[in-house]
Design a protein around this ligand. Structure first.
Ligand code: PLP
Length: 712
């Protein structure tokens, strides 16, 4: 539905008759007409309704001022100004480079004007649609009949089966028609980078400030492998963030390379502080090379930017300082950094080239922007071998890529263009800031306890807050100056029980309880730590969602203070084990888990578990080779000391790897095992709080088992 706004008020325009005629003619053309009362009203409407695709107004009354106001919201929006013979035009109008058209007031021209508005509207819509998406839309509209894959034939095959019809009706005709075969030549090819696909890549590169961009339809899991396969040849050494995503552990299993780990800091709350500056130094790398069997000077480095808790690096410093020719920033969680000035110098693509180096940035377009699942991008800046890179790209790309995913990646980029894009990102930053202030206010006004937020004492305006040395709030005693920054859209809420130095109070509310409470109310938490919860303010978070999260938190407090029964407060949890939870009240449950955490000194254990890295007995690649030869066996988790793990072991939460394939827990690194066992112990005591440990299987007997290499 295309909407035209005519500056009103309705019926009060002094040159009423021509305007009335135009309204009728536009309605004939199937436009919907709205009548804002004044400029402020119009601006609000344009801000809130992206379907408005034109504004008609009286030039003498509103003129250039209104134009520039609209321009700030959407510089592409067509504007239609009525003038009369006495109107004066300021030259500055032409400087604005707006889509501005003039019409004269006169009777009998309405049809003609409406036709032209129709045409300009089509041009506008065409102009904001990026190249591949535009080609796909027109291909689908033409409704050509093909004899190729996919076998559902634009959905017709579904309609020959009862269950197929259900599927067809659910997803709708266009979704299936847009699922087009790669053999349609006019849409070009993702694998050959031709036609509209190539145009899309160029459009995306321009939008994201990259020199080259690649669209990946199988997630950043695949993007990471593509970059790694290209950048690190067999036998080479790479530097890699210990808190990497598991797709990178898989890369290390696939590629015969030697990893050197960059070790991040963490605070007592379990929040990752990122990799400190000293880890990037020549001496530190030299030492790792010397201590690691088969290692040479690294040819490639992988850094997770931002960290899982929303800390961004000063990437300018890393790019200039880190003495490695190829640097990959895994930015799965931050595909928006190019579109707000607070992120300058904190992303893979910001800034120019650095001689002799190439930078890669991978982003999950689907995570924080509007795109279909698996939508991902690789951006590149610097010299690289395009043909070789494309072999790595094709190695991991289906020969039947999903065109709806491709179009969604490109559309996500288009949404970020120009002023509408800036506003979109700015709105989520402002919304997160507002939320932070609201929680702070509620905390100040609250009688007794309330949730806290992990952030500096004062958060006045939107910025990426530095994790600066000497400040208490972040809990990192050895923070580097000008190195790490907290992204305002990643909001970590703290529950009572432990302060940022790790001191435990007598009473506490483990975050898992709050997460369960919110979950039962349809608010899903991104990540839960022992006493913290992470929420992401992506562009899809509107006011209502932010409000319902706030309400969820205040409801939790009320119910907790009333000490309701678990049965009433957490019915889903109760259902997991009604006998166990029969008469239990929420404060007993909270206190019980809190005591368990205290007893095990979780904070200490966690710090130690991540502090001493297990011993690398062989590379992940070698361990994988042993595994596929069948040289593995299953043992109970408790028997892990002295054995070489076959797989990555990653408890969730916190969601970062504890043990890599080929690593062994020795007596020095025993804390790793103790930490895992403690997580299991909480689950054993409290049904519904079992930890999910990737790489370990929980049997019906409640025992976790892992796969290790057979002793040679
Ligand atoms: C989610 C994630 C990935 C993988 O992205 P997908 O698009 O889900 O495949 C890679 N790296 C990091 C840091 C992630 O968080």
């Amino acid at each position: 539905m295309n909407i035209i706004a005519i500056m009103g008020p309705h019926g009060a325009w002094h040159k009423d008759q021509p305007v009335k005629e135009l309204e009728a003619a536009l309605l004939q053309q199937r436009f919907k007409i709205i009548w804002p009362q004044n400029s402020a009203d119009l601006i609000k409407l344009v801000e809130q309704n992206p379907r408005i695709c034109g504004v008609i107004f009286d030039w003498d009354e509103y003129g250039v001022e209104l134009c520039s106001d609209i321009n700030q919201l959407n510089e592409y929006l067509p504007l239609y100004a009525f003038i009369n013979t006495h109107s004066t035009l300021d030259v500055s109008v032409y400087d604005l480079r707006m889509a501005l058209w003039f019409f004269e007031y006169s009777l009998g021209t309405a049809e003609d004007i409406a036709t032209r508005i129709g045409q300009y509207t089509r041009e506008y819509l065409d102009n904001i649609t990026p190249p591949f998406t535009r080609a796909l839309f027109s291909y689908v509209k033409e409704g050509k009949y093909t004899f190729c894959t996919p076998g559902h034939m634009a959905g017709t095959a579904y309609q020959k089966s009862p269950v197929g019809c259900l599927f067809y009706d659910f997803f709708g005709g266009n979704t299936l028609k847009a699922d087009v075969s790669i053999s349609v030549t006019e849409l070009g090819s993702l694998l050959d980078h031709s036609g509209p696909h190539l145009e899309a890549e160029e459009y995306i590169a321009r939008t994201f400030g990259a020199e080259q961009s690649y669209m990946v339809t199988n997630g950043t899991s695949t993007s990471n492998k593509i970059v790694g396969m290209y950048a690190a040849p067999a036998g080479s050494t790479l530097l890699i963030d210990r808190n990497c995503h598991k797709s990178l552990a898989h890369l290390l299993m696939m590629s015969d390379v030697v990893p050197l780990w960059l070790k991040p800091t963490r605070n007592a709350l379990g929040i990752l502080g990122g990799i400190p500056r000293r880890e990037f130094s020549h001496e530190s790398i030299q030492q790792k090379v010397a201590e690691t069997q088969g290692a040479q000077w690294p040819v490639h480095a992988v850094i997770t930017n931002s960290t899982y808790d929303g800390l961004l690096y000063n990437t300018t410093w890393i790019k200039e300082t880190l003495d490695v020719p190829s640097i990959h920033f895994d930015s799965a969680w931050v595909p928006y950094t190019q579109f707000h000035p607070i992120y300058d110098g904190k992303s893979g693509m910001s800034g120019g080239r650095v001689p002799g180096k190439v930078f890669f940035e991978t982003q999950s377009t689907h995570k924080m922007l509007a795109a279909l699942s698996q939508a991902s991008l690789i951006h590149i800046k610097g010299d690289y071998d395009e043909e070789t890179f494309n072999e790595a790209f094709m190695m991991h790309t289906s020969t039947s890529p999903s065109y709806p995913i491709v179009a969604s990646i490109e559309t996500a980029a288009a949404m970020l263009r120009g002023n509408p894009g800036k506003r979109l990102i700015n709105r989520s930053v402002e919304r997160a800031l507002h939320f932070r202030k609201e929680v702070q206010r509620l905390r100040e006004e609250s009688d007794g306890w309330f949730f806290d937020i992990w952030q500096p004492e004062t958060v006045e305006h939107a910025e990426c807050w530095p994790v600066a040395p000497g400040e208490e709030w972040h809990g990192f005693s050895d923070a580097d100056t000008d190195h790490m920054f907290l992204d305002p859209v990643k909001v970590t809420i703290l529950t009572p029980g432990m302060d940022e130095q790790g001191t435990m109070s007598d009473t506490g509310i483990p975050a898992a309880l709050v997460a369960k409470f919110l979950d039962e109310r349809g608010v899903v938490v991104e990540k839960t730590g022992p006493y913290n919860l992470l929420f992401l303010f992506s562009i899809g978070i509107d006011k209502t969602r932010a409000m319902s999260l706030l309400r969820g938190l205040t409801e939790f407090k009320r119910a907790f203070d009333l000490n309701l029964r678990v049965k009433n407060m957490l019915p889903d949890l109760y259902a997991e084990d009604p006998d166990f939870y029969r008469n239990m009240r929420i404060q007993d449950l909270a206190q019980g888990i809190h005591q368990l955490i205290r007893q095990h000194q979780l904070s200490h254990l966690m710090l130690r578990a991540f502090d001493v890295l297990p011993e690398m007995k062989m590379t992940p690649h070698q361990a994988w080779q042993r595994q596929i030869k069948g040289e593995v066996e299953t043992v109970e988790l408790e028997q892990l000391v002295g054995r070489i793990s076959a797989n990555m072991i990653l408890p969730y939460p916190p969601g970062v790897p504890l043990l890599m394939p080929g690593e062994m827990i020795a007596e020095e690194s025993r804390a790793v095992l103790d930490f895992l066992l403690m997580l299991c112990s909480i689950g054993r005591h409290y049904p519904g709080f079992e930890t999910d440990i990737h790489g370990a299987k929980r049997g019906d007997d409640g025992v976790y088992r892992v796969r290790v290499l057979k002793d040679a």
